[in-house]
Design a protein around this ligand. Structure first.
Ligand SMILES: [Zn+2]
Ligand SMILES: [Zn+2]
Length: 377
């Protein structure tokens, strides 16, 4: 089958051309669209050379990993715990001469593969099995260890990403809806970054902005296809994965999560940590609230109706994000708390929450204005 090749590094202008002072990292060289087995023929051409180590879990091994292992005569390592065990990997990886790590999976597996590629300085290829968050390309990994719990570490963006619609569309809808939520969050995060630029003189990058706006445009396209009853259609899934990749590219360019995570992620974090709400679902909830806060307190908020808090609310309803969130039965009091204490999760990243420092009254008003208090009751 034919493969569509997008040489991404050629589409990113250099640091000087942009004039921003950010690194303009171009680790991600190429995106390969098509069936993954055909895509594997291109690895060597783009400098991903053997021997290959495949990182996957039981599910993604059965789905994709096993065939990759056979096709490339590679060695697959199956992750059985979310906790990172340095000694285990030291024994398996460092003492053998692998050149390339191939991550096959969703969030947790890819985060681990990305981190391992960084610490052992190996070429990294990502084969995402679900369009569930924008961490596929970002230069950091969320890693759990027995000692430190959840922490974010520096990692390495993949050189190659393989995008296979048949693999991605086999993901359960909850994972896809979560990806939609994480992509919608960019409507807010970009405005928080602008706030930092305008009020605190924070550095800003127009190229990263371009990729963020593109991410927003693409997720709205993905949602528009839901209107036509095209759930999991190629149009929906490919627009969504492209949106998440685009957001990841923005983070890669500036080597920071600043462009793609703002107040909305901080509000969502509370629900993630305390109720196990999936990342993108929690961030979507945060996006509706934070968008309303921007509408009330930030004169530079979007003027377009399609980017208003009520529009984000309806996107979340259409894509079943709100019904998924409702199933976690988060008490109203905790929803209110998430808005009040959100900023404490990242005191030094300036957002609308840090600007307005919401009281309980403001938090309730935001939840009422957006109708979330009733929707989730
Ligand atoms: Zn996110
Ligand atoms: Zn720049």
């Amino acid at each position: 089958m034919s493969i569509k090749i997008v040489e991404l590094h050629k589409k990113i202008p250099g640091q000087k051309e942009c004039g921003c002072g950010f690194p303009h990292d171009k680790s991600l060289r190429v995106l390969l669209y098509g069936d993954f087995e055909s895509a594997l023929n291109y690895l060597k051409e783009f400098n991903a050379s053997p021997p290959y180590a495949i990182i996957c879990d039981d599910t993604t091994y059965a789905l994709v990993g096993k065939r990759v292992e056979k096709f490339l005569e590679a060695k697959a390592f199956i992750i059985t715990s979310k906790y990172f065990n340095e000694q285990y990997w030291e024994n398996l990886l460092a003492k053998r001469n692998y050149n390339t790590i191939i991550g096959v999976g969703g969030g947790t597996v890819l985060d681990m593969a990305k981190y391992l590629s960084y610490i052992y300085n190996l070429t990294y290829v990502a084969i995402p099995t679900a369009p569930t968050n924008d961490g596929i390309v970002s230069p950091m990994s969320v890693i759990f260890t027995e000692k430190t719990g959840r922490r974010t570490f520096k990692a390495k963006s993949p050189s190659i990403v393989v995008i296979d619609y048949n693999v991605l569309s086999s993901a359960p809808w909850t994972l896809i809806a979560s990806g939609i939520g994480d992509a919608l969050a960019k409507i807010v995060s970009i405005k928080d970054w602008e706030l930092g630029r305008d009020e605190l003189n924070e550095p800003y990058c127009k190229t990263a902005e371009y990729f963020l706006v593109r991410a927003i445009f693409l997720v709205l396209e993905a949602i528009a296809s839901l209107n036509k009853n095209m759930k999991k259609s190629e149009e929906c899934v490919i627009n969504l994965i492209n949106s998440l990749l685009s957001s990841g590219i923005a983070m890669m360019i500036v080597q920071s999560s600043r462009p793609a995570t703002g107040s909305e992620h901080l509000i969502g974090r509370h629900l993630e940590l305390n109720f196990g709400v999936p990342h993108g679902i929690a961030s979507a909830f945060g996006s509706i609230i934070a968008a309303r806060a921007h509408e009330l307190y930030n004169p530079s908020w979007w003027k377009e109706n399609i980017l208003s808090s009520s529009a984000i609310f309806s996107y979340c309803k259409q894509s079943e994000i709100l019904s998924i969130l409702r199933s976690y039965q988060v008490p109203t009091n905790k929803l209110i708390e998430s808005v009040i204490i959100g900023k404490t999760y990242r005191p030094n990243r300036y957002t609308i929450l840090h600007k307005i420092n919401p009281t309980r009254e403001i938090a309730i008003k935001l939840l009422e204005d957006t109708n979330l208090i009733h929707e989730l009751a």
